[in-house]
Design a protein around this ligand. Structure first.
Ligand code: TXE
Length: 500
């Protein structure tokens, strides 16, 4: 891919990909193939095999063997780190190709895809250090003649089910950390955005990852994903996706081997704006928080809570910003908001926009469906006169739809913020440190931003409170999630006999 090329275009014909088993690509052969069209252009771009249950079993057996024979877990952390650093280098070399395919299958702007791939390189580099830093504890206070050691051991074979909204970023918020721990992986990407996961498999193999440590199966969630969640030889499952499927993987774990679960599910995230905030900065941040990735982010700031004295003025400021967001062809460098990724998601968002109006909310901006390059697009949309009981205010829409609600004081803002089953992320905008930190402490969310939003880095763990999920990914916590603790009690010297 030529980075200097001014205009990128979709491929003239769809490209065939195989799935990745035991260190090599397997072409579709006799298997059914599913074709993916670019949501930004409406033309087919990729064709992938629909893997069978036998393929899944082969992938799990491969990862099982690679874990049990210790070809990866048995290496010194420094050797695992070297592979992760090499992978970072290879992602950097292939960044443009990965970003292009991410944009083609997901519909996100190419500039954003490039930035995300850049972030993924940082994840690999940081996780490489963690492979060396991971350690346990020791207890030297058990009295003379005894001591205790707590070791962290990789949990085993990890099933990794990822969604379509950030196919490469969400993958890279997990894979390097899981690999740093010494685990092996069977990845099942979303059926509509699998290509960049397959590219990562190739990158890892080229970086020296032993065969079998990272397998990728392609196919439907309801068949292959479900079987992965039920599999007796999978020790842990990391699932990112809808709350409904999250519930079903919890059941699958309970009905099989009680595999440990990491879950990152939905969100209905508040942005709390006080009158003392820098309102221009806040308006820009709120606009970014809802229009970025066309609102198809589990951490999108979809509920705007504004102090009543500035509510109308501020809503208009945000709407003004959103009207200027450049919605366009995702392959155009200037585009800020691209296409809606799936037909189903497009229908869901449009149905919520209609519902908001039926429920009596006032649409002050957006709501249109511009015709661009043969794809599916929705303008960033703002509703005012929203009440907490409305569906648009309480249910995850997963689209560029912002609901504005006023509040009178900090306690009310916190109460509205916490009035949701979810607890993924939240932001506060205020120049008063007392208010900002009190809100940060009392809002129930796994990620919190002060005078910014949707920010972070490979050091910070991610995950949710309440129904938004279990466990944490990324950072040192994200490596520790994939380990289990073993307590080793050691005695030395002469034993005090129990039997005389
Ligand atoms: O998600 P699914 P969908 C939310 C968002 C969106 C809604 C539906 O609200 O509107 O979910 O999106 C795999 N067993 N999020 O339907 O189905 C599937 O193949 C095991 C939030 O696309 O949950 C894919 O790989 N796996 C979210 C992954 O699950 C199954 C991101 C997610 O798809 C399965 C995406 C099954 N029975 C959607 N069925 C976030 N937290 O960021 C499907 N899958």
């Amino acid at each position: 891919m030529d980075n200097s090329s001014p205009i990128l275009t979709p491929p003239s014909a769809p490209r065939d990909f195989g799935f990745f088993l035991d260190g090599a690509f397997v072409p579709a052969g006799e298997r059914d193939v599913f074709e993916r069209s670019s949501p930004g252009h409406g033309v087919p771009v990729s064709r992938l095999p629909r893997c069978s249950e036998a393929d899944l079993n082969a992938a799990v057996a491969s990862s099982r063997k690679a874990f049990d024979d210790r070809r990866w877990a048995g290496l010194p952390g420094a050797e695992r780190a070297a592979v992760l650093l090499k992978a970072a280098e290879l992602i950097r070399e292939r960044a443009e190709e990965i970003a292009y395919w991410e944009t083609l299958e997901n519909g996100k702007p190419i500039s954003q895809a490039r930035a995300e791939v850049g972030g993924c390189i940082g994840m690999f580099e940081f996780a490489a250090g963690l492979a060396r830093a991971l350690h346990g504890d020791s207890f030297n206070n058990s009295g003379d003649g005894a001591m205790g050691i707590v070791t962290r051991e990789p949990i085993g074979v990890v099933g990794l089910i990822t969604p379509w909204n950030f196919p490469f970023l969400i993958l890279c918020e997990r894979v390097p950390y899981i690999l740093a721990s010494g685990c092996t992986i069977v990845a099942k990407p979303s059926e509509v955005t699998a290509v960049t996961t397959l590219m990562l498999a190739e990158v890892l193999s080229d970086a020296g990852l032993p065969d079998g440590v990272f397998n990728v199966i392609t196919g439907s969630g309801s068949v292959i994903g479900q079987k992965l969640a039920e599999h007796m030889d999978v020790d842990m499952l990391s699932f990112t996706g809808s709350t409904a499927v999250g519930r079903s993987v919890v059941e699958a774990s309970g009905k099989s081997n009680f595999k440990k679960l990491g879950l990152e599910l939905g969100g209905k995230n508040p942005q709390i704006v006080f009158a003392d905030a820098d309102l221009d900065d806040a308006a820009d941040g709120v606009a970014f928080g809802i229009a970025f990735n066309t609102g198809q982010c589990c951490v999108s700031g979809s509920r705007l809570l504004v102090e009543r004295s500035v509510a109308d003025v501020f809503a208009e400021k945000v709407a003004e910003k959103l009207r200027k967001v450049r919605v366009g062809d995702p392959l155009d460098e200037a585009t800020q908001a691209g296409a809606i990724t799936t037909d189903a998601q497009n229908r869901t968002i449009l149905s919520y926009i209609a519902k908001g109006q039926e429920e009596g909310a006032t649409l002050i901006s957006g709501g249109g469906t511009p015709e661009i390059s043969g794809g599916q697009y929705i303008e960033p949309t703002v509703f005012t006169n929203v009440t907490r009981d409305m569906a648009v205010a309480s249910e995850e829409i997963f689209g560029p739809v912002l609901c504005v609600m006023p509040f009178d004081d900090m306690d009310e803002a916190i109460a509205i913020a916490n009035d949701t089953e979810y607890g993924l992320a939240a932001s506060v905008w205020s120049k008063n440190i007392d208010k900002a930190l009190t809100v940060a402490r009392r809002v129930q969310a796994g990620r919190f931003w002060v005078n910014t939003t949707l920010a972070g880095g490979p050091e910070l763990p991610i995950g949710g409170f309440k129904a938004s999920g279990w466990g944490r990914e990324a950072g040192m916590h994200g490596v520790e999630e994939y380990t289990q603790l073993k307590s080793i009690h050691i005695e030395f010297g002469k034993r005090n006999h129990w039997v005389a």
